[in-house]
Design a binder for this molecule. Structure first.
Ligand code: ZN
Length: 260
C-alpha cells in the first residue's frame, strides 16, 4: 500500500467528496468489498443523505476509512457511494436497501461482527464514541463494546492525551435508535454490531480547503465553526493513521471473538 494517508485522500477525493459530497453520479448507491475476515466495516454516511426531507452532509472520510481498514485487516466493507435520497442510519429496515444488503452480506459471509463508522465534528465531547445501545447490539459478543472502548483508548493514548479527550461508550451517540445500522443489523442477524463515531481530528487527514460537511447530530453552532475550521486547516495525519490502524486491529481481534 502506498502512503496510507495519500491512499485515503485519493479514495475520498475520487469517490466520495465529489459533487458536493454526493459521490460519483454514475456509481451504485453503495459498494461492497469482500475480504476473508468474518467482520464487515460499514460507512453508510460516506456521502450525503436525506433525513426527514433535509439533506445531511456526509461524514467525510468515513468511506475512505472503511475501505482502508478493510484493506489493512482483511475485513469486508460496505460503503455508501452515491446520494440516494435516503439515510441508512435512520430509515426503517424494510425501506433501506443499504441495511438489507449488509444483512445479506452478514449471512453470506458468515460475519460475526459489524463495525459501523460515522463522523462527528471536532467540538464533540468525545474524540471517539462507541455505541452499542447500552449493550443491546453486542449480545452476540458480550463485552466487545467495553473492550473496543478500552482498546482504542490504549492505542490512541498519545493523541487523546495531547488533545484532552477520550473514547466514550454509549453517551450521546449510543446507537439506541431501532433504525440505526448497528441496532438493526444486531436485531436482524444476531451478530455483534458497534457504532463508532469519530471526531474530525481523528478522521480528516488533509487540509479540506474550507469544506466542512458537519457530520451528524451536533449541528454547528457559531462557536463550534471556528473550532472545526481550525482542525481542518491543521490536519493531523499521524492521528488519523493511528486511528485507522487501531480500527483495523480491532476488526482483527473481533473476528476471533477473543477480546484480549
Ligand atoms: Zn453518520
Amino acid at each position: 500500500m502506498q502512503n496510507l494517508i495519500e491512499h485515503m485522500a485519493e479514495i475520498e477525493l475520487g469517490r466520495f467528496s465529489v459533487n458536493d459530497y454526493r459521490g460519483l453520479t454514475d456509481a451504485l448507491p453503495f459498494s461492497v468489498v469482500e475480504g476473508e475476515l468474518p467482520v464487515i466495516v460499514s460507512a453508510p454516511h460516506a456521502v450525503s443523505q436525506l433525513r426527514e426531507g433535509r439533506v445531511k452532509p456526509s461524514d467525510d472520510f468515513t468511506g475512505a476509512m472503511a475501505l482502508v481498514v478493510a484493506e489493512l485487516s482483511g475485513a469486508s466493507a460496505i460503503v455508501a457511494s452515491r446520494y440516494d435520497a435516503c439515510d441508512p442510519n435512520w430509515d426503517p429496515f424494510e425501506r433501506c436497501v443499504y441495511k438489507q444488503a449488509l444483512a445479506e452480506m452478514v449471512r453470506e459471509l458468515g460475519a460475526v461482527a459489524v463495525i459501523d463508522l460515522h463522523g462527528v465534528p471536532a467540538a464533540a465531547p468525545d474524540a471517539i464514541e462507541i455505541g452499542s445501545a447500552d449493550g443491546l447490539t453486542v449480545k452476540a459478543m458480550p463485552g466487545v463494546d467495553e473492550f473496543a472502548c478500552r482498546f482504542l483508548r490504549e492505542q490512541l493514548s498519545e493523541h487523546l492525551g495531547r488533545r484532552g479527550k477520550t473514547v466514550g461508550l454509549n453517551r450521546r451517540h449510543g446507537a439506541r435508535g431501532a433504525n440505526t445500522v448497528a441496532h438493526a443489523i444486531a436485531r436482524e442477524c444476531g451478530v455483534a454490531a458497534l457504532q463508532i463515531e469519530i471526531s474530525s481530528p481523528y478522521r480528516v487527514p488533509i487540509d479540506a480547503k474550507g469544506h466542512v460537511p458537519p457530520g451528524e447530530a451536533i449541528p454547528f453552532t457559531s462557536d463550534q465553526i471556528p473550532i472545526e475550521l481550525e482542525v481542518r486547516r491543521n490536519p493531523d495525519p499521524a492521528c488519523v493513521e493511528a486511528t485507522v490502524r487501531a480500527l483495523a486491529d480491532l476488526a482483527r481481534i473481533a473476528s476471533g471473538g477473543r477480546l484480549s
